[in-house]
Design a binder for this molecule. Structure first.
Ligand SMILES: C[S@@+](CC[C@H](N)C(=O)[O-])C[C@H]1O[C@@H](n2cnc3c(N)ncnc32)[C@H](O)[C@@H]1O
Length: 268
């Protein structure tokens, strides 16, 4: 059947269920915790920050509460609408400038400089030609600022073994190809094409203009976020597993095979 919904409509659909799904999923919450810890470690003082693909605004809100001024963009008007309401509820609406804008149209923010830029949990996987927008990020970033980006990893060990254990061999290999992969967002009827990267491919995209500060992937041994059984494990056992996972992200080689790659870069 012909796909009649536009790309933006699919994300708008997802907006209405995004927070509910996220907060009911302990793996997503773990990923948010790790990601936010890194953002708050790198963006310590009061900064001006640019959030690329902010979704319903959770990270922008946490960072605004810590005194940062944020510009947060997302292609989906419905995501931005929810994010604005949440920012108002948490008393930080004046600290966040939400804009409905595609990361692919970043030139329209030109002239501004940010102390830091971040993009969390996958918006950059949706960009057709990521290489083409890296120079825009470069131009928008202050000299000593950090660019912190997470993208879905092409070499995700937990997903591979999850599907192998279920005898779904084709699915197990789904991320390994270099071509774009059609993935579901939210419901089966909403599918979009994403480009997955491995750690070296992702790093190489930035090497002309940025120097690498740190790169690793996470979570390593936790099941992939879509698996339902993890929430059934006792909370205390989950906390132990998460501690082990956090430790594994520090181990070379092993830390190349998690679900999300997290790269921290600075301008050369
Ligand atoms: C998986 S969500 C991540 C949201 C948020 N960063 C978070 O950590 O919860 C992906 C977000 O990227 C947004 N997005 C997808 N393509 C985009 C684009 N080209 N420009 C801006 N935002 C985009 C979607 O609307 C969605 O809100």
């Amino acid at each position: 059947m012909k796909d009649v919904k536009s790309y933006v409509e699919k994300w708008d659909d997802e907006a209405s269920i995004y927070d509910k799904k996220f907060y009911n999923n302990p793996i997503s919450l773990y990923m948010r915790r790790i990601n936010l810890k890194l953002l708050t470690d790198y963006f310590e003082e009061k900064h001006s920050l640019l959030d690329l693909g902010c979704g319903t605004g959770d990270e922008a809100i946490v960072l605004a509460k810590r005194g940062h001024d944020i510009t947060a963009i997302d292609i989906s008007p419905a995501m931005i609408e929810i994010a604005k309401k949440k920012a108002e509820k948490f008393g930080v609406k004046d600290n966040i400038d939400f804009k409905t804008l595609s990361i692919e149209d970043l030139e329209s923010v030109k002239g501004q400089k940010f102390d830091g830029i971040y993009s969390s949990l996958g918006p950059l996987n949706c960009i057709k030609n990521l290489n083409a927008i890296i120079h825009n990020m470069y131009n928008l970033l202050d000299e000593n600022g950090y660019l912190i980006a997470s993208v879905m990893n092409r070499r995700c060990m937990s997903e591979f073994f999850y599907y192998i254990a279920k005898n779904r061999f084709k699915k197990a290999r789904r991320r390994l190809g270099r071509e774009k992969l059609v993935v579901e967002i939210g419901t089966q009827s909403n599918q979009i094409a994403c480009r997955f990267y491995d750690v070296f491919e992702f790093y190489k995209l930035f090497t002309d203009t940025f120097k690498l500060v740190e790169i690793f992937s996470f979570p390593i041994i936790l099941p992939p976020p879509f698996s339902r059984n993890y929430s059934k494990i006792f909370k205390r056992a989950r906390l132990v597993l998460e501690k082990v996972d956090e430790f594994l992200t520090k181990l070379p080689i092993i830390n190349l095979f998690g679900d999300q790659i997290l790269g921290i870069f600075q301008k050369k």
